[in-house]
Ligand binder design. Sequence first.
Ligand SMILES: Nc1ncnc2c1ncn2[C@@H]1O[C@H](COP(=O)(O)OP(=O)(O)OP(=O)(O)O)[C@@H](O)[C@H]1O
Length: 297
Amino acid sequence: MLKIENLTKSYRKRLVIQDLTIKVAPGEIYGLLGPNGAGKTTTINIICNLLQPDSGRIAINNQPISEATKKLIGVAPQENLLYKTLSCEENLNFYAQIYGLNKQQRQKQVQECLKAVNLLDRAKSPVETLSGGMQRRLNIAVALVHQPKLVILDEPTTGLDIESRYEIWELIRSLKDRGITILLTTHLLDEAERLCQRIGIIKQGHIVAEGTLEELRKRVKAEEIVVLQTSEEENAIARGKKLGFTHRLYGNDLAFWLPERLDLKEILSFFEGIPIESITRHPVRLEHIYVEVISKR
Ligand SMILES: Nc1ncnc2c1ncn2[C@@H]1O[C@H](COP(=O)(O)OP(=O)(O)OP(=O)(O)O)[C@@H](O)[C@H]1O
């Protein structure tokens, strides 16, 4: 559905996209993750033909990017593109008009999009009277109004409470069920873990890891991650080293990578003589993979 090959882009002389290659299959949810400034928005702007790359190729449905391919794409940007004093219906109608839908098509599409994002009962409400979660859903509806094949969701749930996030996750899954291809950017790794079939991690404008969660898990050579709280961190690290366990600091958490699942007694016996205040066990999560990939020099 979306094919980006060897893309490069500089702002003045600063290279911000470097030999970027991404392929998104039809009907998949692809998560593009990366730190601030990694080049996600620049990539989205190039896909949307708002910015010209210096080199590389991009195709949607095998058609090179052009004014014509804009109609195949719907974008819900990071900042809601909504007119606050207009109602939900009026906002959608306005965008549908920009996309050239005739009156009949607009009437149909506005109702369908409101239904898809569960806002039919708020059709006449001005945007400024909606909750943050509702506004976010309407922002996604705007991206759907012209029935695109590829929908780009730029941080769709940032700043929302957990219930609103659940609603948006359900909405994203329902779009996938309708056969829509989704490119999702997010800083919320649990969101990517739950929604995405494949994930690409971008660093300084280049994909440094890509695959399904299972494939990416192979980058962390652990069956389990154990987090210890101890007043003797140095001793615990030295003990872990002796046992051949890789250790990492995730924020303030001292973690050890265990090569196999062991019972708790055995794990505690490794650290005998070191005061352990708490111990928690975790499967390898996207967070651990992400830190590995991003912090690698
Ligand atoms: N118009 C511009 N002129 C010059 N530099 C820019 C411009 N837009 C972006 N940049 C730079 O390009 C790099 C990539 O920015 P981009 O906004 O694409 O990153 P991002 O991954 O979307 O970041 P975030 O997660 O914070 O949204 C950054 O270093 C940014 O400062």
